[in-house]
Design a protein. Structure first.
Length: 99
């Protein structure tokens, strides 16, 4: 049975990447498909947007960029070009910051 942790905090894309690296391969694939669908739904051609539809905010663009960077880092870890840190390092960092 998977453990569930619920907390509310802001994470950098590196921290999100570290969390994602700890997921089983099947869950990583599910997450990738979900994000791909979400990004495709968000990043439509602005010329084709219906009148009144809002454009992505700078914050939304930053989130997508951070997620993409996290996936790039995951790929590098998989290719053994980047070393992944254990989840304990992230949790310790969050504890030190009082989160």
């Amino acid at each position: 049975m998977p453990a569930t942790v619920q907390f509310q905090t802001q994470l950098t894309y590196q921290q999100v990447a570290q969390l994602v690296r700890q997921l089983p391969a099947e869950d990583k694939q599910k997450l990738a498909k979900l994000l791909e669908t979400e990004v495709a739904a968000t990043w439509v051609d602005e010329a084709a947007m219906p009148i009144g539809e809002t454009r992505p905010t700078p914050a939304q663009r930053k989130i997508v960029a951070n997620v993409r960077q996290g996936f790039r880092e995951m790929k590098l870890v998989k290719e053994e070009k980047l070393k992944a840190e254990p989840i304990e390092a992230l949790l310790n960092e969050l504890r030190e910051e009082g989160l």
